[in-house]
Design a protein around this ligand. Structure first.
Ligand code: NAD
Length: 371
């Protein structure tokens, strides 16, 4: 069986869906890798490092007879046009955002496996690319914030006196938020965290942070949060204002599935922040958690700087590709049986993630909300 690895087509995307060190694992599944020339280069993997793979100099050559296609993002219409009918496409596809591509995949009878839709159950942990990528983004956020601050994060004793440790507040303690808390703490900051799921209190404390109690419990389905009512929003606003005012660096990561990102910080709260303080808004892609956030830009709003990067994961392309490729290898373990693609639709890890199959939309495409 031939597995093709695409060269990503989106501007700024540096990740690749498979890495050289997993070639032996793929071979054990009875498959042979084919790579579009240069696909791994921006993630630090040259063509020659994939010594067991065939290197294709065109997409047509890459996709000829490929039964499985691995990607980071949904491919372009041109690529889909070259894919084999009946083949299996695996990637972070978010097809609800591209109805034309969804239609084209149906027409070409391609099976689309949307990695972002895999149910987040224990058995799927090794396949959970949302978590693997969020962990890395969460790590990078405090570093980015630290570079924007006019002060250092740790306490420091010098010959002319001591510098106080910075206060870092992380809002939204999912996978990225907890990693941000842990990293800020390792850098010497005094850390605080807040979330609307009560179970995050213990998780925040386990990485050395203080948890801010707001009295709100907004546990939703599948381990995610639900949107807050107007009363709950007022309660959290009141409980958080003072913490926001005292923070040197704030990292926001809050998301609610299927919706625009919740507004956690408004302009009146920003105006009470310290001069020179910094907010890193990791929810920029789904609209931002902060009033005034401009996705992809760093802007000054009153006393604070709001940093809202959209390319964090690609800045860590090497490790992001490594973890993502391992997630895909675990998915290949599930879908390849005796050297051929076999999909067991009785398995929730198949039924939950396959969007198109055999010319039909087999489950309504959904996923995290577009902005
Ligand atoms: P996410 O990116 O959807 O959201 C980030 C965080 O924002 C969440 O913790 C959420 O509670 C929080 N949030 C939403 N609205 C908020 C508000 N108004 N104020 C403050 N915080 C708010 O979440 P994620 O990181 O993808 O995952 C969330 C959770 O899913 C995890 O922490 C975990 O419990 C669960 N999960 C389970 C598994 C598994 O294998 N069982 C794997 C991954 C994640």
């Amino acid at each position: 069986i031939k597995i093709a690895v695409l060269k990503e087509h989106l501007a700024g995307e540096r990740r690749v869906a498979m890495i050289p060190s997993l070639q032996a694992r793929i071979a054990k599944l009875g498959a042979r890798l084919s790579l579009r020339s240069g696909a791994g280069l921006e993630a630090g993997f040259s063509d020659t490092s994939y010594e067991a793979a065939d290197i294709a100099s065109s997409d047509a050559e890459l996709l000829a007879n490929a039964q499985v296609v691995l990607a980071v993002h949904a491919p372009s219409a041109e690529i889909v046009a070259s894919m084999q009918p009946g083949s299996l496409l695996i990637g972070l596809l978010y097809l609800e955002q591209t109805p034309e591509l969804l239609e084209q995949l149906c027409q070409r009878r391609i099976t689309a496996y949307a990695v972002e839709r895999i149910p987040r159950v224990s058995r799927a942990q090794a396949m959970d690319a949302l978590s693997s990528q969020a962990t890395l983004v969460g790590y990078l956020a405090p570093l980015l914030g630290a570079l924007e601050l006019p002060r250092i994060l740790p306490m420091m004793t010098t010959a002319v006196g001591s510098l106080r440790a910075a206060r870092v507040l992380v809002m939204g303690l999912g996978v990225a938020g907890l990693q941000a808390l842990a990293t800020a703490r390792r850098l010497g900051a005094v850390t605080e965290g807040y979330d609307v799921r009560p179970e995050t209190k213990e998780q925040a404390q386990s990485v050395g942070a203080r948890f801010i109690e707001t009295g709100v419990d907004a546990r939703g389905e599948g381990g995610y949060a639900r949107a807050l009512t107007a009363e709950e929003q007022a309660a959290t606003h009141a409980a958080l204002t003072e913490h926001i005012a005292q923070a040197d660096l704030i990292i926001t990561t809050a998301n609610v599935p299927g919706r625009a990102a919740p507004r956690l910080i408004d302009r009146s709260q920003i105006d009470r922040m310290k001069v020179g303080s910094v907010i890193v808004d990791l929810a920029a892609e789904s609209g931002g958690n902060c009033e005034g956030t401009v996705p992809g830009q760093t802007i000054q709003v009153g006393p604070a700087k709001i940093v809202a990067p959209m390319d964090l994961i690609s800045r860590l392309a090497q490790h992001a590709s490594e973890l993502y490729a391992k997630n895909l290898a675990a998915i290949l373990d599930l879908v390849l049986v005796d050297g051929a693609v076999k999909l067991d639709f009785a398995d929730e890890l198949i039924a939950g993630a396959v969007v198109t199959h055999d010319g039909n939309i087999v489950s309504p495409p959904h996923g995290p909300a577009p902005a």
